[in-house]
Structures are given as structure tokens and as C-alpha cells.
Design a binder for this molecule. Structure first.
Ligand SMILES: [Zn+2]
Length: 334
């Protein structure tokens, strides 16, 4: 068995996936086969974005073609979930963008339930509300407050949006209220922004799940803090490469973080934009970052470790992973 097949066979998790950014390309082809026939340049393997603004505008332009109702979220989610199951992804944390509540003009719970009602047998899904750093508008503020107060089925919140925007004063109390109500707290930080953004997310928002966190490599004290506070970095190396968060593959800190004992997981971020899947991410870690297979196994297990599955469910997955790994080594490949 080759490594790609082995990775595919392992039960896995995705813990950093934007549902709008995971829109399958086929939806666009089906909608307008003339306009969307071929794979566009931005989905070619060697394409790298010039900057975040270019990435964001291409993503929004394409996602807006499809997402116009909760039913669209349901249909897209169903397709994404089935593709993930096909790769033996068994646990998913995905976010939808709070701004879409205003764009669609529907209650956010309708989007949430449209996604949750698409979950197939065999895949555990947790849905997060993605809240931009500038989302607390007159329109959205009361909706964000009620989301963290009483939305049934919401698993957590995730800070989104350009990192050069400041952490506004509303953020801390909202994250505190979410924590009080048992939600899981996440924040995008240290992707384009500095290590201090990660520091703020941990200290001010009480977040133990950082999305990306690449910039942590620049601060020894922060890396110690990640260890001391058991903070997990949900990393997406292909996204980081294609968005030029790193200049060269060799600059990616994931292997270094793992060597230091910092908890990291592996995910795809926005597969619509990067044309990647989860197996590609593991193969990039092996091929581009020269990570040994036991580190890939650590990434797989960490995904279950940080999940909200029960300990007994986690143990079942750990055993399955160990058996497959033993079998793979037994074939003289490991
Ligand atoms: Zn992200």
C-alpha cells in the first residue's frame, strides 16, 4: 500500500473548514457550464495568490453564485460531507460566515439547521459561527448575541476577517458569554497577522483553538504559552503556501511545532480556492515538509484529541489508527 492510500484509509478529522470556501466546483459547472467549464487558473496546482484581497474577492465572487438560501447550504453541505466520508473523514468542525445572515436575509438558525440536517451517518459534524473582526454592526450585533446565548445546535464561534483590523471592545464579552454557555472558542490569528494576535486571542478571548497560528514560530515565549495552556493550532499548509503566508515550503513551521510538542491538527481551510483535499494536505506534509509518518499519525490523532467526541469514541478511533499503522509498518513501508 502506498502512503496516499494509507492516509486515505485512516479515520481522520477536519477541524478548520469554511463551508462557503468548501463549495464543490461541480456546483458552479452545473449552474453555468459555459462560464465554469474548465478548471480556472486559481485552481491550478502551481497557482499562488498575490495577496489576501485577491483570494477573498475570487472566493466571494464564486461562492455568491451558489449560496442564496438555506436550501443551498443544505445541498452544498451534503455534497461536502459525502466527499469527506469518501476520504474517511469521520469528524468535522466547519464554520459558516455570519455575514451571510445579512446577505441572505434569513435567521442564522435556518442556515445552521440546513447544514446540520445534511449530516450523513458515519460523520460527526460540529458547526461554528464565523464572526469577522468588523461584524458587530447594528444589524448583526443582536443576532450574534442571541447566537451565543441560545442557538440550539451551534457548537462554537470562530473569529474571522482581516487580521489588521483591531480586536474591538465587543469581542471579549461576546467570547466570554459564548464560553459561559459551553461553546467552543476559536480565532483566526497569526496567519497574516503577528504573533501578538495569537497572544491576544488566548489571553483576551480565552481561545484554546487557534486557526493557523503560523506566526507563533517567531516568539519563543508564545510557543511556551501554547504548551502551558494546551492550545491547539488548526493548520492548513497548502492554504498558507498558496496565500504566501510562507515564502517557501521549507519555511512552514508545522514540523517544528510538533517537535516542540505543540498540539497541531491538519485541515484544508477553503478547498474551492486551493483545489486541495485532506489527503493532499498529508501528502504535502510528507513530500514538501519531509515529515516522518509518525508525525502524520500524531496530526491525525490530535484531530480526534481536540474534538468534542467522548473519550470512548476517541479511543475507538485511536485503536483503529494504531492497527492500520501497525499493518502499514508490518508491510515494511514505515
Ligand atoms: Zn480559515
Amino acid at each position: 500500500m502506498d502512503l496516499r492510500k494509507f492516509i486515505r484509509a485512516l479515520p481522520k478529522t477536519e477541524t478548520h473548514l469554511h463551508i462557503e470556501g468548501a463549495l464543490p466546483w461541480e456546483f458552479l459547472v452545473r449552474k453555468d457550464p459555459v462560464r465554469f467549464t474548465d478548471e480556472p487558473v486559481f485552481r491550478s496546482p502551481d497557482f499562488r495568490y498575490d495577496n489576501f484581497a485577491q483570494f477573498e474577492s475570487i472566493l466571494i465572487d464564486h461562492a455568491m453564485e451558489i449560496f442564496s438560501s438555506p436550501q443551498d447550504y443544505h445541498d452544498v453541505a451534503k455534497s461536502i460531507f459525502n466527499s469527506l466520508l469518501d476520504l474517511n473523514v469521520r469528524y468535522l468542525e466547519t464554520s459558516f460566515h455570519a455575514g451571510m445572515i445579512e446577505f441572505l436575509g434569513v435567521p442564522g438558525q435556518e442556515i445552521l439547521h440546513a447544514i446540520l440536517s445534511a449530516v450523513p451517518v458515519g460523520l460527526e459534524v460540529r458547526v461554528f459561527l464565523g464572526i469577522s473582526r468588523n461584524a458587530y454592526t447594528d444589524y448583526l450585533a443582536p443576532k450574534l448575541e442571541s447566537a451565543v446565548e441560545s442557538w440550539e445546535g451551534l457548537s462554537g464561534i470562530d473569529l474571522h476577517g482581516p487580521e489588521d483590523l483591531p480586536l474591538d471592545t465587543w469581542t471579549e464579552p461576546l467570547w466570554a458569554k459564548a464560553k459561559h454557555n459551553g461553546l467552543v472558542l476559536k480565532a483566526h490569528a497569526g496567519e497574516f497577522g503577528p504573533a501578538s494576535n495569537i497572544e491576544h486571542a488566548i489571553s483576551n478571548l480565552g481561545v484554546k483553538r487557534i486557526q493557523h497560528g503560523v506566526a507563533a514560530i517567531k516568539s519563543e515565549s508564545l510557543m511556551q504559552k501554547l504548551l502551558d495552556h494546551d492550545v491547539c493550532l488548526d493548520m492548513c499548509p497548502i492554504s498558507n503556501f498558496k496565500l504566501r503566508v510562507i515564502d517557501e515550503w521549507i519555511d512552514h513551521p508545522l514540523g517544528d511545532f510538533l517537535n516542540r510538542g505543540i498540539k497541531c491538527t491538519l485541515s484544508t481551510d477553503d478547498p474551492l480556492s486551493f483545489n486541495n483535499n485532506l489527503v493532499d494536505e498529508y501528502m504535502a506534509c510528507s513530500d514538501k515538509l519531509s515529515m516522518p509518518i509518525d508525525q502524520l499519525i500524531t496530526l491525525v490523532k490530535n484531530g480526534f484529541g481536540v474534538s468534542s467526541l467522548t473519550q470512548s469514541e476517541k479511543n475507538t478511533f485511536y485503536r483503529e489508527i494504531d492497527l492500520l499503522w501497525d499493518d502499514f509498518k508490518g508491510n515494511g513501508v514505515g
